[in-house]
Design a protein around this ligand. Structure first.
Ligand SMILES: [Zn+2]
Length: 479
């Protein structure tokens, strides 16, 4: 196994400058850096540059601060007071993070939340521009020396704009004026050739705008919330000095430390069991997986569980299989809406029966040999989606958003099969020899960690030491 495997959506190169988020002077300055780039979302759909030519991959649309100004409401954008246009003046020593947070730090009360994603310091083509962190202790000085490209994200669904207003505003942006076609795209239904830098920036943007959308009311007292710290904190309106709370019982967030509004990352274990010979793997087919699609088993980590506990429980609940000797592979942010996939291998006994009737999440689970897996990986249609599959995924997204059931990971780096390829008649690369028109089953591609886990095992890039074979299951009595 490589030392560190960076999965698609991970490895963001942005310097998040998280300790400067509470500084409204820094935030108000960085938002006006001329080369700033903004990602826009509309009810979770992403603004993309597309083309009528299907061979051209859609790309994220980056807008400038000038382009997005009509969406942002009145200035100042951060550190807003009660009235539009009013700036809350920071007192000395309160300009950046300190132990007792003020309820007005880089707060927004007028307009949609703005998420500051971070600074891409390498954008200038010279790696040496990254400032040492000491340069950022004083926000006012930092902004003068700052080099690179700041990235922001906003969700426009709550604006009081009609669809026509939105279209008109978009038609006046830089990309539109250059003749590029802008459209809102549901990212899960489009195989975007998404990888590397744009995928990593997109992942944090998508999760953060979603989190802001879902936290409009205080979980402590039910009052409305407002956005702070460049979109990374929401606070209860009853905390504001100008709010008249009358006889209302004080919100629990007025006392002590509360982090229930911390941006969410929900842990999901995703794992493949390897049998006692090391030559077979256990994969499952979810109830809603498209086509003949088999994948790694997965499930949300529950409170009170370690990663290993969750792997053991999920393998038992979904496939009736006991696993031991659990080994970490890598993690993958999965921004639908805010999961962190934590990938593992585990050992299991393939001679024991499989049962999928415990939690009924899978329609099938079975052991595959290395040869069976390699044949599918090397088949032209083995790890790619057909348009009908994408349609099914789209219907799934429309019909049910968050049921707690983990869904098939679509591969953001993959493109859909063209009709010619679906028939198996496309010219194929030398190593991708088709064994038949249709592969016997299909597997996720390597843009999804499930596909990485399968491929790294099948191609011999991971190894379980032989002594593991004798280890056997850990019994609770050993604790
Ligand atoms: Zn509250």
């Amino acid at each position: 196994m490589p030392e560190t495997h960076v999965n698609t959506f991970g490895g963001s190169p942005l310097n998040r400058l998280s300790w400067l988020r509470p500084s409204q002077s820094f935030m108000n300055a960085i938002v006006h850096v001329p080369n700033s780039r903004w990602l826009l979302f509309n009810a979770g759909q992403t603004l993309m540059i597309s083309s009528d030519d299907r061979s051209v991959k859609p790309a994220l649309a980056y807008l400038s601060t000038r382009d997005v100004k009509p969406f942002l409401g009145p200035e100042p954008y951060f550190g807003q007071g009660k009235e539009p246009g009013e700036l809350v003046v920071e007192k000395d020593g309160e300009s950046h993070a300190h132990p007792q947070h003020s309820p007005t730090e880089a707060a927004r009360h007028h307009g949609i939340p703005i998420v500051f994603l971070g600074l891409h310091e390498k954008e200038s083509g010279d790696n040496s521009v990254a400032l040492p962190s000491s340069e950022f202790t004083n926000p006012d000085e930092a902004i003068k020396k700052l080099q690179g490209t700041p990235y922001f994200a906003v969700e426009v669904a709550d604006l009081e704009h009609t669809q026509d207003d939105l279209e008109k505003l978009l038609s006046e942006t830089g990309p539109s004026k250059e003749g590029k076609k802008l459209s809102w795209v549901e990212p899960r239904t489009l195989m975007m050739g998404f990888d590397g830098f744009p995928a990593a920036v997109f992942a944090s943007a998508r999760s953060m705008v979603d989190w802001n959308q879902r936290n409009k009311f205080c979980p402590g007292c039910g009052s409305p919330t407002y956005s702070m710290w460049g979109g990374w904190k929401v606070a209860c309106k009853t905390l504001l000095p100008w709010t008249d709370n009358g006889n209302k019982k004080p919100c629990p967030t007025t006392k002590g430390l509360h982090n229930f509004t911390h941006p969410r990352t929900d842990g999901v274990v995703i794992m493949i069991a390897i049998d006692e010979t090391g030559e077979k793997v256990l994969l499952g087919r979810g109830r809603r997986f498209p086509g003949k699609f088999y994948s790694a088993l997965a499930g949300f980590i529950e409170p009170g569980e370690s990663f290993e506990d969750a792997v053991v429980r999920e393998m038992w609940e979904e496939a009736g299989v006991h696993v031991w000797n659990i080994k970490y592979h890598s993690g993958q942010p999965w921004p639908y809406p805010a999961n962190l996939m934590v990938g593992f291998y585990a050992r299991a006994d393939s001679t024991k029966p499989i049962r999928t009737d415990l939690d009924n999440e899978l329609v099938d689970a079975r052991w595959f040999t290395r040869e069976e897996i390699l044949a599918v990986i090397n088949h032209v249609g083995g790890t790619r989606f057909r348009h009908a599959d994408l349609k099914k995924i789209a219907e799934d997204i429309d019909g049910r958003s968050n049921t707690g059931e983990t869904k098939a990971q679509t591969d953001p780096t993959s493109k859909a099969l063209t009709p010619a390829e679906s028939k198996g008649s496309a010219p194929q690369q030398e190593r991708r020899k088709s064994v038949a028109d249709e592969p016997p089953f299909r597997l996720p591609g390597t843009g999804a960690i499930a596909g990485v886990l399968v491929r790294d095992w099948a191609e011999g890039r991971i190894s379980f030491p032989p002594e593991d074979l004798k280890a056997g299951p850990i019994h609770k009595g050993n604790l």
